[in-house]
Design a protein around this ligand. Sequence first.
Ligand SMILES: NC(=O)c1ccc[n+]([C@@H]2O[C@H](COP(=O)([O-])OP(=O)(O)OC[C@H]3O[C@@H](n4cnc5c(N)ncnc54)[C@H](OP(=O)(O)O)[C@@H]3O)[C@@H](O)[C@H]2O)c1
Length: 316
Amino acid sequence: MSGLPSSFKLFTGALIPSLGFGTWQAAKGQVGNAVAHALRTGYRHIDCAYIYGNEEEVGAAIKDSGIPRKELWITSKLWNGFHRPQDVEDMYHKSAKDLQAGYLDLYLIHWPVAFGLGADGKPANRPLDKDGNLVVDYALTDDYLSTWRAMEALVDKGTARHIGISNFNIRKTKDLLSKAKIRPAVNQVEMNFHWPQHELVKWAKANNVLLEAYSPLGSGDRAKEMLADPTIVEIARKNGIAPSRILLSWQIQRGNVVLAKSVTPSRIEDNFFVQKLLAEDFEALEKISAEYPNKSRVVNPSWGGLDVFEDGKPQE
Ligand SMILES: NC(=O)c1ccc[n+]([C@@H]2O[C@H](COP(=O)([O-])OP(=O)(O)OC[C@H]3O[C@@H](n4cnc5c(N)ncnc54)[C@H](OP(=O)(O)O)[C@@H]3O)[C@@H](O)[C@H]2O)c1
């Protein structure tokens, strides 16, 4: 981690490792080996979620590593089907148990979107109506505060160490901050060279909200495109390091936690050795990303036609 902070301090005084290992789209049968390799390499922060469908295998790899629990930072997320306040604690315990973690360092509301109940009247991962459309519970989607109150209860009881949000825009974050008894410790959002979130980064810094950058390499197929971007390739060549390391280092140097996923051992290692960038390279990344002409999110679901991020129509 040469020259970059290895952790950021949260308002509780706890230190969150600045580099985390992602587990989305890491298939069963692969994810355990990937997490084991990441832990051997030195990662101590693992980013998980119930909906990734792989928490049991991740948990087994963490357990087998033999690394003392207190040296690890484990995050999981509450899925959209379980925003009803009475479901929050059960889902927390399911993730904590599958991950064999005892407790979670951080539990996030995965999306500011709540699904309706399934056909059997029970919470479901993806409830569909008779035409096969996803059912969104619009009332609960707007009322993320009642879900947040149940999240706060997890901290009050000493169950979760920290709680936070994910995929919240500025308007929703401001609204939640004005009503929350416990501040969200982080907001986990997409941030990368083609979706740099300059406005959000500035706002978050001014309002003391730590951001976590997901899909920092572009995720899946877009990673190939982002890692081949001429600006990134040139800065990587000049410094004699892998392009991925430029993208990850840049996020930490901007003051964000960064989460990178790979199931490939050599890449897991490449990504781990982030380093402080030269001021001229950092400034070039800031400037060129701001001017990038084809900005678009990689992760942009529109469940039930919702404009989740309100990109089309900001509601101030
Ligand atoms: N809160 C949310 O809604 C949300 C959404 C998305 C992601 N996340 C979290 O953020 C984590 C990271 O984001 P992500 O998984 O979307 O994408 P990412 O980390 O930006 O990119 C992962 C992709 O890049 C490839 N890759 C990794 N290192 C590479 C390297 N050094 N050279 C070339 N290719 C490389 C991986 O391939 P291989 O695996 O085949 O090596 C994979 O296809 C997720 O795993 C998840 O934990 C959260």
